[in-house]
Design a protein around this ligand. Structure first.
Ligand code: TYM
Length: 334
């Protein structure tokens, strides 16, 4: 099994990123059938939406530090932690894929239009071409397993279409890409359970306001956000996405954070009020974040170590993707 996944460093990580992606990376990295697991800070993707060039380099390092604090264990050989911009073969492969990707495939994607609505000034080719670079990120390593949340499915479909088209034009090169089953694939906003929890919100990029719990939020911030989280009418604590989307979302978060099945939690809270449930949820989230935040503080006191870890992984990544690039270029007559 070859695994690839990544996150845009447009702000620090929120609980949705953790439950929908990073938690699964950590589980997958040590599986005996994992031959290679590459996790990226997708800094080229991150510059397709507004960002601050003065703080960006540190922001990228901070996200890498968050991955390690959450339990990612890059050894530079089998488990790699990279910055996308430091492995230039990703963008080289993206250019080659650009020459075989019909514009109509990208026009079909909702993500481009959604981002454009949020930042109308960012109407550029990079944003439009985002999915082609993502396909290159994955296929450069010939990864077949991509642990991502549900919002990325349209991008995974395009990746498979590009792989298929390349194979049909130049000969069998890439296998199909699959997303493993992920329990926390769709964590919703605490303020509006119809929207996903996201780092780009009305509060501005990277400032999730009350909508998202950030992994680096203080205990009081967590408590306040959960206290303010919207609930549904009625008083029963029951998982029912249609009738009770807000409580269902809070139940999902609770269940994933403490590794308890939802029916068990429903039973536990059958005679309890929303506020008792929310108080308990706040405390389990605070306890869950504590070791992560302690590790983050410890690692962050020595940023050179993170930089060295990244460089070691990036060197190996370049070796791996260079062989794919060589094969692709030869097949394309370059
Ligand atoms: P990004 O940065 O938007 O999100 C990173 C990961 O977090 C997941 N996620 C969520 N999961 C559950 N609930 C949520 N509310 C939630 N919000 C985010 C996302 O599904 C994703 O797994 N395009 C990617 C970055 C990327 C990438 C790649 C991923 C670039 N190249 C190659 C995999 C493979 C993105 O924007 O993720």
């Amino acid at each position: 099994m070859r695994i690839f996944s990544g996150i845009r460093p447009s702000g620090n990580l929120h609980l949705g990123n953790y439950l929908g992606a990073v938690k699964n990376w950590i589980e997958l990295q040590n599986k005996p059938d994992t031959e290679l697991a590459v996790f990226g800070v997708m800094d080229y993707h991150g510059i397709t939406t507004p960002y601050d060039p003065k703080t960006y380099r540190n922001q990228v390092l901070s996200v890498a530090t968050e991955y390690i604090s959450a339990g990612l264990n890059p050894d530079g050989k089998k488990i790699l932690l990279i910055r996308q911009s430091r492995v230039p073969q990703h963008t080289e492969l993206a250019w080659l894929f650009n020459t075989i990707t019909p514009i109509s495939w990208l026009n079909r994607l909702p993500t481009y239009k959604e981002q454009l609505e949020k930042s109308p000034k960012y109407n550029h080719i990079g944003l439009f071409d985002y999915p082609v670079l993502m396909a290159a990120d994955i296929l450069a390593y010939k990864a077949g397993t991509v642990p991502v949340g549900a919002d990325q499915m349209a991008h995974i479909d395009i990746t498979n279409e590009i792989a298929k088209k390349f194979n049909s034009m130049f000969g069998e090169t890439f296998s199909s890409v699959k997303v493993p089953k992920i329990e926390g694939a769709r964590i919703m906003s605490l303020q509006n359970p119809n929207n996903k929890m996201s780092k780009t919100t009305s509060a501005g990029s990277g400032q999730a306001g009350d909508e998202a719990i950030m992994l680096l939020d203080t205990p009081d911030e967590v408590r306040n956000k959960i206290k303010k989280a919207v609930t549904d009418s009625g008083s029963e604590i029951k998982f029912d996405i249609k009738e009770k989307p807000a409580i269902s979302n809070l139940l999902s978060i609770f269940s994933l954070v403490v590794n308890k099945e939802i029916p068990e939690l429903e039973k536990q809270y059958s005679n309890k009020s929303y506020s008792e449930f929310k108080n308990d949820l706040a405390e389990v989230v605070v306890s869950f974040l504590k070791p992560f935040q302690e590790k983050y503080k410890e690692i962050n006191s020595n940023p050179n170590e993170v930089e060295e870890t990244l460089i070691k992984s990036e060197e190996n990544a370049i070796n791996i993707v260079s062989s794919t690039l060589k094969e692709v270029k030869e097949k394309m007559g370059l």
